[in-house]
Design a protein around this ligand. Structure first.
Ligand code: ASP
Length: 355
């Protein structure tokens, strides 16, 4: 009897000893929170082979459950921030997201994944890149095919995004976009193709890295100040100044600028032709508007390249600012944040050279 008791004690001790490392390994999984906002990744359609679907139909818990082995990568939980197609992404959701991320990362959360539609994903990524106050990873992902589609790309994108958010090498690289096995920086990434899965590219800067079935490899750090180095904050901010975008073309009418100002725009980004150019008449309208305090940024409708400071247009002559390599939609994000403070043309230009 005594011998059997002793054997039981030894057996129990051995069992506990064997279980301890397992429990410790579980405890050591990085804590990642997935903030869901909607998009095609949460979309559903009637047919797995049809192109018609509606964005933002599936809730985050169901999305997590649909990804095999994702809980082995991280101690994971989800929160639903919104459930919209990202064509309906708003400043209000941006502010909610930024505040929630700052709150979570100030605590014991190690990384954030945001599921998001692809249409405006680059804008949300760039906005967060400027206002998140942590060097912990923040990773946006989405999909081009809805959850009900044949070969849906959402589950693997989500798996890879969680792997990137859980990877210690992701620290200090600003906000990132992970889709189609690629890691791109918020500053550089652009939606380049309307529907195929290879939609996101960083044509001017290149990829930050790759993530293949959860294996993360980095090549670069991103260009531009971000997150902990950024001077922008949305602490206590309830709304952002209105900034509109106007698209230039041959024979562009100068009427559009005063119409936007009348409608309430405090800033305007011109998606210029070529190197941020526009008709002579529009340039004159821009000069009139900047003289009245409206902030005007010259970007380009061309997908790749930098708008020169001294090209065909000398900005100082018109009171305008060059967006440098930021496309019109990201220039709008930077201008909205910059205008939370009163700044001169030169100060604004400095921001476009820095971020
Ligand atoms: N319209 C969708 C969205 O941006 C497209 C997508 O997610 O791919 O929400």
């Amino acid at each position: 009897m005594k011998t059997r008791n002793r054997m039981n004690v030894i057996f129990t001790a051995l069992l506990l000893f064997a279980l301890v490392p397992f429990n410790m390994a579980q405890d050591k999984l990085p804590k990642v929170v997935i903030l869901a906002t909607g998009g095609t990744i949460a979309g559903a359609g009637e047919s797995s082979t049809g192109s018609a679907y509606t964005s933002g139909q599936v809730k985050i818990e169901a999305m997590i459950d649909a990804v095999p082995n994702i809980r082995k990568l991280a101690d994971l939980r989800g929160e639903q921030i919104s459930n919209v197609g990202s064509q309906d992404m708003s400043v209000k959701i941006w502010l909610d997201l930024a505040n929630r991320i700052n709150e979570l990362l100030a605590g014991d959360v190690d990384g954030i994944v945001i599921t998001h539609g692809t249409d405006t994903q680059e804008e949300t990524a760039f906005f967060l890149n400027l206002v998140v106050k942590s060097d912990k990873p923040v990773v946006l992902t989405g999909s081009m095919r809805p959850s009900t589609a044949l070969s849906a790309d959402g589950p693997l994108n989500m798996y890879n995004a969680v792997a990137v958010a859980a990877d210690p090498h992701s620290k200090g690289r600003g906000v990132m976009v992970v889709m189609n096995d690629e890691i791109q920086s918020a500053h550089a990434v652009k939606k380049m193709i309307t529907t195929p899965v290879q939609t996101f590219m960083s044509p001017q800067h290149g990829l930050l890295g790759t993530v293949i079935f959860g294996q993360v490899t980095y090549f670069h750090y991103p260009f531009g100040l971000h997150t902990t180095e950024s001077e922008f904050s949305v602490d206590g901010v309830k709304k952002l100044p209105r900034v509109d975008i106007v698209y230039a073309c041959a024979d562009m009418s100068p009427d559009l600028i005063p119409i936007m100002v009348k409608a309430g725009a405090k800033g305007i980004v011109i998606a210029g032709v070529g190197d941020g150019n526009m008709t002579e008449a529009t340039l004159k309208a821009a000069k009139k508007a900047t003289a009245k305090g409206i902030k005007i940024v010259r970007a380009s409708r061309v997908p790749i390249g930098t708008v020169l400071l001294h090209g065909e247009v000398i900005d100082a002559d018109y009171g305008t600012v060059s967006s440098m390599d930021l496309n019109p939609q990201k220039a709008r994000v930077l201008l909205m944040l910059a205008m939370l403070k009163d700044r001169t043309r030169e100060e604004l230009q400095d921001l476009f050279l820095t971020y």
